[in-house]
Design a protein around this ligand. Structure first.
Ligand SMILES: Cc1cc2nc3c(=O)[nH]c(=O)nc-3n(C[C@H](O)[C@H](O)[C@H](O)COP(=O)(O)OP(=O)(O)OC[C@H]3O[C@@H](n4cnc5c(N)ncnc54)[C@H](O)[C@@H]3O)c2cc1C
Ligand code: SF4
Length: 561
């Protein structure tokens, strides 16, 4: 007899790991099904491996990348060290229409993309949760900040977030560990901006899921600076470093790697999901697992693909899709619009160590007054650094004199403001099953239709102008705009396609991340998002996941599930 489970969690990344922790700690026997293989931090993490220890000296095997990871290679983190934490694009295909590229960046292993993520974590506020209702784009969120605030607290206390409280309504403060320090140029720019813009434009230190002191059995960061390769001291949050071990500690976790979920099993008379159908990634054996509740946490587009592929007589267009909006309203952020310049002075100062974090310039557009050209807003990330080293591997030379020049001859301070902005929900951006293409395991691939619209383009223009004016106000010289128009998807904040809402006719999920149509089926990854705000989204996914888990267990206790 196969073992019986109370809950199945699909995916072991940021959201799946959290669901596993919460549900096991609440007393459930949980099966986590993960499509990729196991990762052993002791042997697979490579953050301390140096370029000269790598076969390609850090340049990567470019021929192999071009052949096997032509999409993934465009992600900055998919380098010679970390390429193994990104999918093989040949095995995991998807299609796009001509002229509408979409870069789908994925990780398929235990831990998902929590191993490679940038760890930037910012709370949403009611400026974000009320945005759809305010301007009529998208459906109204079924929750407000007060509903999620305690769950942000809950998540932050567990994962450890370093940050500086600023008391801003549009970017609520959280349960912070001590902030990382500004360098002297950043501190100078912060002061100048507060002065020049009457306190309206606030440059703070990045809020990040990296420990600045020992926390919950994990060690403080030692600033080695290459986090996307792993972290043997477990100093940044990943499911592998924190939530999965916490779930395992309960003794109620079963983690099954190499388990590609093909579809969700549905029982029409009871209107319940009964379990999932899995293809063993190595043997191709088809297996079925049963449980009382199912949590879909396979990442935005993968979860939607599983639902679209779970077809039955009752749900011919995909499970839980009575509304017809499953797959619709795909969004990403836009990024890269801003400016960089030289900050004169401070040449007797240098940085020490590699701070794995930058600055954050909080959204100031459409906070109090409406901008005439666009809705919603954007923020900037970036930072300041001593130039010289930034030419990296292209610097020429060798021997003692070269080494001496690297150490002694640093250039002036540079500063970059790199925009991250909100994308409006639009029915024209959607994902569907491709009628022909299948992945390595015979599962239909997605066809993704997505493009930025006029509102995003108006934000780009404004972000370049405001970044330039702010660097000018800070006394910067040689200011250059940055305007990488980018491909949607490449920000790796893909959201929507199974949105939350107040009305089952226009949304897939209710205010508890529970599918309207199948009450014991929950979806808590980015597919649930009804809008994008401009903040990096993963902490909101985690808070929604924890909240949904506690709600599900309440319902189980009341015998409603
Ligand atoms: C380089 C990089 C930088 C980033 N920086 C940030 C940042 O600074 N801040 C931020 O908020 N976000 C950031 N992100 C995004 C962040 O990683 C994602 O939002 C987050 O990981 C999503 O969590 P998830 O659980 O939905 O998906 P994932 O973490 O991707 O996990 C999904 C898991 O599901 C598994 N899976 C998929 N399909 C199936 C299937 N059919 N059956 C079984 N298992 C399946 C996958 O193998 C994977 O392990 C970054 C991402 C990358 C790659
Ligand atoms: S910089 Fe800190 S968090 Fe990043 S890998 Fe090094 S020790 Fe870990």
């Amino acid at each position: 007899m196969p073992p019986r489970f109370d809950a199945i969690v699909i995916g072991s990344g940021i959201t799946g790991g959290f669901a596993a922790k919460e549900l096991t700690e609440l007393g459930l026997r949980v099966l986590v099904l993960e499509a990729g293989g196991p990762v052993d931090p002791m042997t697979d993490y490579v953050e301390h491996v140096q370029p000269w220890e790598q076969p390609f000296r850090g340049w990567g095997d470019r021929a192999r990348l071009e052949r096997e990871q032509p999409v993934q290679k465009d992600c900055y983190a998919c380098d010679e060290w970390s390429a193994k934490f990104f999918v093989n694009d040949l095995e995991n295909p998807y299609t796009t229409p001509d002229g509408k590229p979409f870069s789908w960046i994925r990780g398929r292993q235990v831990g998902g993309r929590s191993i490679t993520w940038g760890r930037q974590v910012y709370r949403w506020s009611d400026l974000d949760f009320e945005a759809n209702a305010r301007d009529g784009h998208g459906v109204d969120w079924p929750i407000r900040y007060r509903d999620i605030a305690p769950w942000y607290d809950h998540v932050e206390r567990f994962i450890g977030v370093s940050g500086k409280p600023e008391g801003l309504d549009q970017l609520p403060d959280g349960q912070f560990l001590p902030p990382m320090e500004f360098n002297c140029a950043e501190s100078h720019v912060r002061g100048k901006l507060l002065q020049a813009f009457s306190g309206e434009r606030v440059l703070t230190i990045g809020r990040c899921a990296i420990l600045t002191e020992d926390h919950n059995g994990r060690a403080a960061c030692h600033y080695c600076g290459t986090c996307e390769r792993g972290c043997v001291s477990l100093s940044y949050f990943s499911s592998l470093n924190a939530t999965l071990p916490a779930a395992a500690k309960t003794g109620r976790l079963t983690l099954r790697p190499w388990s590609v979920v093909e579809s969700i099993l549905y029982d029409p008379p009871s209107r319940r999901a009964t379990g999932v159908r899995v293809i063993d990634a190595n043997t191709r054996e088809v297996l079925e697992f049963k449980a009382r509740i199912v949590f879909l946490c396979a990442s935005t587009l993968e979860s939607t693909r599983i639902l679209l592929n779970s077809r039955s007589r009752d749900f011919a267009d995909g499970l839980a899709n009575s509304s017809g909006v499953l797959g619709r309203y795909l969004m990403d952020h836009h990024m890269g619009h801003g400016a960089r310049g030289t900050i004169p002075g401070f040449e007797d100062h240098a940085t020490y160590g590699r701070r794995p974090n930058g600055i954050y310039l909080v959204r100031f557009r459409n906070v109090k007054n409406q901008h005439p050209d666009f809705l919603r807003g954007y923020a900037f990330q970036g930072g300041a650094w001593r130039s010289g080293w930034d030419r990296g591997r292209e610097m020429k030379g060798f021997g003692a004199a070269f080494k001496e020049s690297l150490l002694r001859e640093q250039g002036p301070w540079k500063m970059s403001l790199y925009g991250f902005g909100e994308m409006l929900p639009s029915a024209e951006n959607y994902a569907e099953l491709d009628p022909e293409v299948r992945d390595k395991w015979g599962i239909p691939a997605l066809r993704i239709h997505c493009a930025y619209g006029d509102n995003e383009k108006a934000q780009w223009k404004d972000a370049i102008a405001t970044a330039t004016e702010m660097l000018e106000a800070a006394g910067a010289r040689e200011i250059k705009p940055t305007d990488d128009d980018g491909t949607p998807g490449l920000v790796i904040h893909e959201m929507g396609t199974a949105r939350m809402g107040r009305d089952p006719k226009t949304s897939v999920l209710n205010g508890w991340n529970q599918t309207w149509d199948v009450p014991n089926l929950f979806l808590t990854d980015g597919a649930c998002m009804a809008s994008t705000a401009n903040q990096n989204p993963s902490i909101t996914y985690m808070a929604l996941t924890a909240r949904a888990c506690h709600h599900a267990v309440e319902l189980m206790k009341r015998r409603e599930l």
